[in-house]
Every structure is written in C-alpha cells, then in structure tokens.
Design a protein around this ligand. Structure first.
Ligand SMILES: Nc1ncnc2c1ncn2[C@@H]1O[C@H](COP(=O)(O)OP(=O)(O)OP(=O)(O)O)[C@@H](O)[C@H]1O
Ligand SMILES: [Mg+2]
Length: 233
C-alpha cells in the first residue's frame, strides 16, 4: 500500500476466521484504518489480495458488503433526523429496531430527552462527541451484520458509559465476527485475539498469553498502568 510514494502497508498477511473477535492495534498513522479500508474494498492494494471465504474480494464485493459493516473513523452524522441517520444502514428497519439499537448504545433516554427519533442532528439537538460516536455505532447495531468492523468506536464517550456500551456490544457481537481498532485498552479487551501492526507489517497475532513481554500489546498495558498509577500517589 503506497500513499504519496510512501509505503504504508507492506507484506501484511493475516487470517480471521468466522466468529473470531480480533483487535488490531498499533501506533497512530501506522495504517490500521487503511488496512480496514483495504478489507472493505475501498482502496486496492498495489499487490496482494483480500480473500473472503476462499474468493477474491473483488469477485464477492456485493455479498461481502451485504454481510459486513464498518464504522470508520470518518463516519459522519448527517444534518438529518436520527431515524434517517440510522436507517441508511438498514432501510426496512422499524421504529422498534431503531429503539433497540439506541438502547444497545445507551442513547435511548437521551434521544427521548431530545424529543424522539425524528429530531434533526445539529438543528433540533447538538450531539456531544460521545453522543455522536454512540449514534454512529447504533447504525452498525441496526444493520446487524455478520461481520462488524469498528474503527475507534467510542471516541469521546465517558468511562461509565463506555463500560456499559462495551458490555452490550460484546453481547451483541457474540455470534458475529468482530474486528475492532482502538488505542483504548478497554475497547481492545472486547477481543480475545490481538494483532499488532508495526512498520507496515502485522508483527504478532495471538491471545493475551501469546503476546510476550516485549509485544506492543504488553507495552500498551504497562504504559496505561503507569499512567493510572500517577493518580494514587
Ligand atoms: N487517502 C490518503 N492519502 C494519502 N495519505 C493517506 C491517506 N489515507 C491515509 N494516509 C496516510 O497513511 C498513513 C496511515 O493512515 P491510517 O489512517 O491508516 O493510520 P491509523 O493507523 O489508522 O492511525 P490512527 O491510529 O491515528 O487512526 C498516515 O500517515 C496517513 O497520513
Ligand atoms: Mg485510524
């Protein structure tokens, strides 16, 4: 993968089985979001390919997009009603489906305070960063895909709400394939397989035990521990 003559991803190879819960982690600007875009067929690698169930991605792109959903870091909440913002993920969704999706992301009560799902974002109400993140996530819940791909899904969400939503998304994704990208350990912990992306390559894929002391995942965990310890001095 090359952007502006600069190599981003090179020699990336990994496999995800149906039902796996995988977290992808790595430094900022390393190419995580780019990798997800390759996976969704939004950018084409210069060489190599994505294989879905043994078929090259471009041959099964429509089917793949039917069964998968990616919440990208660039996902946008439109100046439209909450209903319209959500049903773009599932056109035949009922009001009950929408209510359910909003409950999963812990936004139902707030939406009622705003006056219901026909209220228009940025006109009738001004969502905070965390509220916006959760409304976008509700889009993915409504879609109910077999493969759920989340790129930094809970940006701006406070810790208490984050815990609540993570628990519910874990339950929601129980029978699905989940690929999640985040810098937050609480979100990475939704997965049980961790893939580290470093210098354009996947350097390790495995469960927590398989990530030995000098793995990037362990480094992140000890860095977070050191940072939170400062509060208890
Ligand atoms: N469309 C593009 N054109 C040019 N450069 C791009 C484009 N998209 C991404 N890049 C560059 O590719 C690199 C990887 O970007 P990417 O968004 O994949 O990183 P990331 O690992 O998701 O980072 P973060 O953790 O900050 O989200 C960055 O240096 C970015 O500037
Ligand atoms: Mg990114």
């Amino acid at each position: 993968m090359v952007f502006d003559d600069r190599g981003i991803l090179d020699g990336v190879s990994f496999r995800i089985n149906a039902g796996d819960k995988v977290a992808l982690l790595g430094p900022s600007g390393e190419g995580k979001s780019t990798l997800l875009r390759v996976l969704m067929g939004l950018v084409k690698p210069l060489s190599g390919n994505v294989v879905i169930n043994g078929m090259p991605l471009e041959k099964v792109l429509d089917e793949w997009r039917d069964i998968s959903f990616m919440l990208s870091q660039r996902s946008h909440l439109f100046r439209r009603s909450i209903r319209e913002n959500l049903i773009m993920a599932k056109e035949d969704a009922t009001d009950e489906d929408i209510e359910h999706a909003l409950k999963v992301v812990d936004m139902w009560e707030r939406v009622l305070q705003w006056g219901g799902i026909d209220k228009v974002a940025y006109e009738d109400f001004q969502p905070s960063g965390g509220e916006k993140s959760r409304l976008l996530l509700a889009r993915g819940v409504l879609r109910n895909p077999q493969v759920l791909i989340l790129d930094e899904p809970l940006e701006g969400v406070d810790k208490e709400s984050e815990k609540e939503v993570i628990d519910r998304i874990k339950e929601f994704a129980k029978d699905k394939t989940l690929l999640v990208v985040s810098h937050r350990l609480s979100i990475l912990a939704m997965a049980d397989i961790f893939a580290t992306l470093e210098n354009g390559k996947i350097t390790k894929v495995g469960n927590l035990e398989e990530h030995e002391k000098d793995s990037l995942l362990r480094k992140y965990i000890s860095a977070e521990k050191q940072m939170t310890e400062k509060f208890w001095r």
